[in-house]
Design a binder for this molecule. Structure first.
Ligand code: ATP
Length: 468
């Protein structure tokens, strides 16, 4: 990662090279909505596939699921989202901007800590609405936009998007876009367990869209209203839950390092007892150092048996489990590692971005993605127009095995730079000798070393380099 990386550099590279575009741009955009372009979608798919491979395929207890986005609203009553999934909203009376009271306080405390003033507040999350209002007043916390301290009282703002099923728009057919994918997993616990004849422990994993009407979206794709999550609900025997929490806390961290996220830019943040929500026995956030500061990337929580108990109560279904060996019956505990695809992608982009000074005084921008995560694995570059037919055939052959790009425009140096900037780990140059000796030059993105490789051995050579 570049030391002084700022979001503008990342956003502009994303736009210019086709990773991420502003949503609905030709209509003036829609605030904080983003579209993934040709490279963005490849990168996103590679991250999702890596997660699936690691947490579904490689974990003997785990299976996958793809549940509906719109569910019976009783699901969200049981989960507590209808009554409690809200943020404390305040308006600045002076400039009429809208803020989250908890985030204002957290930011203020954070700045004081940076200035060396010890924080004596236990947990902002545990503060009541009145405590937050008083805290803001007593400490004269200013509006980040106009610096006045004159706020309206706090209002609770539910984050769920409402819509209607069918032709009439009334309360009887109100439904919600899911605010997290977990709900679909809990309601399918019995189905999956029965169909797979699994014994506990058993993890159910799901990737999918989630929607939250965030009050303060921003920081590019860090906080948006429509985003994608990769969640796992790991159902286990109550006493074993702390061990599984510990296991997944580390497994998630290791996964991030393995996909190329800089280890120095990652840290664990274990929630203090005052900060824990009442049903959680332990929660750890893995935070990443984004260009705008440390922020949550992955949350790993021991949610006890809260979710299944609530769904059992609201649905009337028996969601307990009887251990076939001990005959013990219990409501399973759940360990939930939950991560946003978009935040993982942002952390991947930031980690990969670097600018290098070259010997000739020039500079090159390199996206140093791990090869298996890179959107394009191989670029095939014919050295001359006359070689295009042969080179294109080679590109078509390689494309059966790797996501490749074929580029004929500009000098070879310019073409290398373009590939460096999108993070392509290998460039294959087809030159005049290639037609005669059956070899091509393979250039490594990071070392810039070039090697002559036989075309007959090229596929295996690249495969070893990319996935080996
Ligand atoms: P935050 O405190 O940042 O709002 P959260 O604690 O509400 O996050 P969770 O409900 O634990 O988040 O959601 C699990 C994961 O989903 C988060 O760790 C994050 O990666 C992702 N996520 C949550 N909200 C958003 C959002 N609005 N935009 C993008 N990703 C999100």
């Amino acid at each position: 990662m570049k030391d002084d990386l700022n979001m503008t550099e990342i956003i502009s590279l994303c736009k210019n090279r086709g990773f991420i575009f502003a949503g609905s741009e030709i209509y003036g955009g829609l605030s904080n909505s983003w579209d993934y372009g040709p490279l963005g979608v490849e990168l996103k798919n590679n991250l999702k596939n890596a997660w699936w491979e690691r947490f579904v395929q490689q974990e003997p207890h785990n299976v996958g699921l793809d549940s509906a986005i719109i569910m019976n609203p009783r699901v969200w009553e049981a989960s507590g989202h209808i009554s409690g999934f809200s943020d404390p909203l305040i308006d600045c009376r002076n400039c009429h901007t809208r803020h989250r009271a908890d985030k204002l306080i957290e930011e203020w405390l954070h700045n004081r800590e940076l200035a060396g003033i010890k924080n004596e507040v236990g947990s902002v999350e545990a503060m009541s609405q009145t405590e937050m209002e008083n805290f803001i007043k007593e400490n004269k916390i200013p509006c980040p936009d106009c610096k006045h301290c004159d706020f309206t009282p706090i209002r609770k703002f539910n984050l769920m998007f409402k819509t209607f099923i069918g032709v009439t728009e009334d309360n009887t057919n109100t439904v919600y876009l899911r605010p997290e994918t977990a709900g679909g997993i809990f309601v399918n616990f019995k189905n999956v367990q029965r169909a797979t004849r699994s014994k506990l422990p058993m993890g159910i994993c799901q990737i999918g869209k989630a929607f939250r009407n965030e009050i303060t979206p921003g920081n590019f794709i860090f906080r948006t209203r429509e985003f994608e999550q990769m969640e796992m609900e790991f159902f286990c025997e109550p006493k074993s839950a702390p061990e599984w929490h510990k296991y997944y806390r580390q497994a998630c961290f290791d996964f991030l390092v393995d996909i190329g996220i800089e280890q120095d830019a990652l840290r664990f943040r274990d929630h203090s007892p005052e900060e824990l929500v009442f049903y959680s026995a332990a929660t750890t956030d893995i935070e990443f150092k984004y260009p705008f500061g440390w922020g949550e990337l992955w949350g790993i929580a021991n949610r006890t048996n809260y979710d299944l108990s609530r769904h059992a109560e609201f649905s009337g279904e028996d969601l307990s489990y009887t251990d076939p060996y001990t005959n013990e019956t219990y409501i399973p505990y759940v360990v939930e590692p939950s991560v946003g695809v978009d935040r993982m992608l942002l952390a991947t982009l930031c980690s990969a971005y670097r600018v290098e000074k070259l010997d000739d005084g020039d500079e090159r921008v390199v996206m140093g993605f791990k090869p298996k995560i890179a959107p394009i694995k191989v670029a095939v570059l014919p050295l001359s127009k006359k070689l295009e037919e042969l080179a294109f055939n080679l590109y078509k052959d390689l494309n059966k095995h790797f996501r490749c790009e074929y580029d004929t425009t500009g000098s070879i140096g310019k073409r290398y730079r373009r590939q460096d900037e999108i993070g392509t780990p290998y460039c294959v140059t087809f030159d005049f000798d290639s037609a005669v000796d059956g070899c091509v030059t393979v250039r490594d993105r990071d070392t810039m070393v070039q090697e002559r490789v036989k075309i007959a051995e090229l596929k295996d050579y690249l495969h070893d380099k990319i996935y080996g």
